[in-house]
Ligand binder design. Structure first.
Ligand code: NIG
Ligand code: FE
Length: 385
């Protein structure tokens, strides 16, 4: 079945082809078959008139923690009154998640997915990490695998209370029985390499064990202070280093010379009142950047890619076009995918029609729901009409 979307006022390809005006897209079999001027489109039985609206690729949200129970609104409230964010808060979500049934976690997860899709996200990566025991981590990766192919095993999120005096023994558990239980349902291995979580040596053990099991590495680092996470990420060929709030010039140069994407998470700086990283410094140095929501109950409880784009433009120095590209093609790079995040022939037909004439409105009109229609694999999955 073919569908033609025509009358697109502004089409952001998020490739080097840039922006096309008065464009059309032909969808066939879930893929984009053709992109070009509306005037050159051949008619097909199903035609959608975009009436001058802007079309962008579906957002690729390459970092989230969606399988958990409870929330930490009181922690946020205390932060807004001056408390600092620390990794230890993760343990309260672990207690709530361990106590929750699969059915309850599945229902919450489905709610987040629907919320994200309505805001234009067509691909989401989901991490485990609120179980921190073999049985619960296995449950979390399986639940995540029910809704996405981009599942990350994050048993090394923080050391759980019962291992407080024996962090290395916990790492042994993560890279042994826990990895055995989770590897089959995951594509990625991740670790929180930070003060209060795991040292760079422990992080190396975790990532190397995952690589041995066929998982690809990504890393949380540089969120709360500087560290050696970039060196490790680049050395191990991680697809992405996420956060990067604190990076030295040597870190920036190392990332620029590598294939590791830097995934910026502006919702975290918003919610933790930390300084926003300077995306201009990164982009001008040649670093490939992505933007993701990092949806989680502690450091960033937004699921809105448009909100994160607006923050990246206003607070991190990105142009609206750079921020859109980071939230689409950049996220795809961070997941080592070349079939999503762009509007080009051959790519998956993951598309978002905005109720606006230009992608600039994503940051120009912050907080306003601008998503008109969302297609995933050529199927309409959300529409305001
Ligand atoms: O990406 N940094 C580690 N993990 C999450 C926060 C998790 C939490 O606070 O519950 C993050 O920010
Ligand atoms: Fe995270």
């Amino acid at each position: 079945m073919s569908t033609l979307i025509t009358g697109i006022g502004e089409l952001s390809t998020c490739t080097d082809a840039g922006i096309l005006d008065d464009a059309a897209v032909l969808i066939e079999g879930g893929r984009i078959a053709w992109v070009g001027p509306s005037a050159d489109a051949s008619p097909v039985p199903t035609i959608i008139d975009a009436a001058g609206r802007a079309l962008i690729p579906g957002f690729v949200d390459s970092h989230s923690h969606l399988v958990f129970a409870g929330d930490r609104a009181a922690e946020f409230e205390a932060r807004m009154a001056g408390e600092r964010y620390a990794a230890g808060g993760i343990r309260s979500t672990v207690a709530a998640t361990r106590a929750a049934t699969d059915a309850a976690l599945r229902e919450r997860l489905a709610g987040f997915i629907a919320e994200m899709q309505a805001q234009g996200t067509t691909t989401v990566e989901i991490k485990s990490g609120y179980g921190l025991d073999v049985d619960t981590e296995r449950r979390l990766v399986r639940l995540a695998a029910e809704v996405t192919g981009e599942v990350t095993f994050l048993g090394a999120h923080v050391v759980p209370t019962e291992f407080a005096d024996a962090p290395d023994a916990y790492v042994d558990l993560v890279i042994g029985p826990m990895l055995d239980a989770c590897a089959a349902d995951a594509r990625w291995i991740d670790v929180f390499c930070e003060e209060g979580a795991f040292t760079v040596e422990q992080s190396r053990r975790v990532l190397e064990a995952g690589i041995t099991r066929g998982l690809m590495p990504r890393i949380h680092a540089g969120q709360l202070g500087p560290g050696e996470g970039v060196r490790l990420a680049v050395e191990l060929g991680a697809a992405s280093l996420d956060h990067g709030t604190y990076l030295s010039d040597a870190d920036v140069a190392a990332l620029a010379a590598s294939d590791t994407v830097l995934t910026l998470l502006p919702g975290v700086e918003f919610s933790t009142r930390q300084p926003y990283p300077d995306a201009r410094r990164l982009i001008d140095a040649g670093v490939t950047v992505a933007i993701a929501c990092d949806t989680n109950p502690g450091s960033s409880f937004t699921s809105s890619m448009p909100f994160c784009i607006a923050l990246a433009v206003r607070e991190m120095g990105m142009t609206p076009a750079e921020a859109l590209r980071a939230a689409t093609a950049g996220g795809a790079r961070a997941l080592r995918r070349d079939d999503i995040g762009v509007i080009a022939a051959g790519a998956r037909a993951d598309l978002v029609l905005l109720d606006a004439p230009s992608h600039v409105h994503l940051s120009y009109r912050p907080g306003v729901p601008l998503v008109h229609s969302v297609w995933k694999d050529g199927v309409l999955i959300a529409s305001r009409a």
